[in-house]
Design a protein around this ligand. Structure first.
Ligand code: CP
Length: 303
């Protein structure tokens, strides 16, 4: 169904297509090592730093038998000499069957998909979207809660610049979530995302304090304050320690509640939370491999 189709925004996939990817990911979790992509080359072009997204895509491709090419720093590529994004994509598409790209500019992935003869997977474009993270977040939520429907979800931290929050909020509107939005006033969720919640006739509640929401929720989705997106470093200094989750703060949480974080964390989850059975963020990062195996095989049309 999604063969050869680029994945740029979570809205490129219907609810049914999202659920289909989660089902395929479950199959790869049970059988992670296969040879179905033996004849394929996957390119990973990372114009911005990454640990999880790049390495889990490369792990996913390798575990399916594909070869991987690419760069982890555009300064080591001909972009440094002034080559355009269009020329880079046209060139790399000669060497690969699919391109995974992360880029600092909002809209860059959509543009790349318009000029590319091979499918593009958006691995994060500026503060806009991170749809593969959203799919692994949905997978993690479904796995821990047994359902995606009618859940109480709290997002905490940098809701303005956090692209994972934007994509996941929009996806969860398909599943009738109620949203608890916890951020400093200057880092609130953008209006267009809140409008999307309203358009779906769903509720959101905004807070500046973290503790108030904890007893009411199924998922606590922590995020890092995105230093690299602030134009004023003084502004970053003012909000950088706004929320720090500590183990004792989870005492009144529901039994089923899990703590998610797209990672990397800076200081927003204290290390004493890691041993709590509600901490799910490292397993969430592992789930990225299975979801990305599902995406690579589906988009390349290989079962
Ligand atoms: N979650 C995520 O996108 O992590 P990386 O920046 O390490 O890829």
């Amino acid at each position: 169904m999604m063969k050869s189709k680029s994945l740029i925004s979570i809205y490129d996939y219907s609810k049914e297509e999202q659920l289909q990817i989660l089902d395929i990911a479950e199959h790869f979790e049970a059988n992670p090592v296969q040879t179905i992509l033996n004849d394929y080359v996957v390119a990973t072009l990372f114009f911005e730093p990454s640990t999880r997204t790049r390495l889990s895509f490369e792990s996913a491709a390798n575990r399916l038998g594909a070869r991987v090419i690419g760069f982890t720093d555009s300064a080591s590529s001909s972009v440094k000499k002034g080559e355009s994004l269009k020329d880079t994509i046209l060139t790399v598409s000669n060497y690969s069957d699919l391109i995974v790209m992360r880029h600092p500019q909002d809209g860059s992935a959509r543009y790349a998909s318009e000029v590319s003869p091979v499918p593009i997977i958006n691995a994060g474009d500026g503060a806009n979207q991170h749809p593969t993270q959203t799919l692994l977040d949905l997978y993690s939520i479904k796995k821990t809660q047994g359902t995606l429907e009618n859940l109480q979800i709290a997002f905490v931290g940098d809701l303005k610049y956090g692209r994972t929050v934007h994509s996941l909020t929009m996806a969860l509107c398909n599943y009738k979530a109620t949203f608890h939005l916890i951020s400093p006033t200057e880092l609130k969720l953008p209006s267009y995302v809140k409008q999307h919640i309203k358009d779906n006739k769903l509720e959101y509640h905004q807070y500046t304090e973290l503790t108030e929401a904890i007893p009411k929720i199924d998922i606590l989705y922590m995020t890092r304050i995105q230093r690299e997106r602030f134009s004023d470093p003084i502004e970053y200094e003012r909000v950088k320690n706004a929320y720090i989750l500590r183990n004792e703060m989870l005492m009144n949480a529901r039994d089923n509640m899990k703590v998610l974080h797209p990672l990397p964390r800076v200081n927003e989850i204290a290390e004493d939370v890691d041993a709590n059975d509600k901490a799910y963020y490292f397993k969430q990062a592992e789930n990225g491999v299975y979801v990305r195996q599902a995406l690579l095989s589906s988009i390349l049309g290989v079962k």
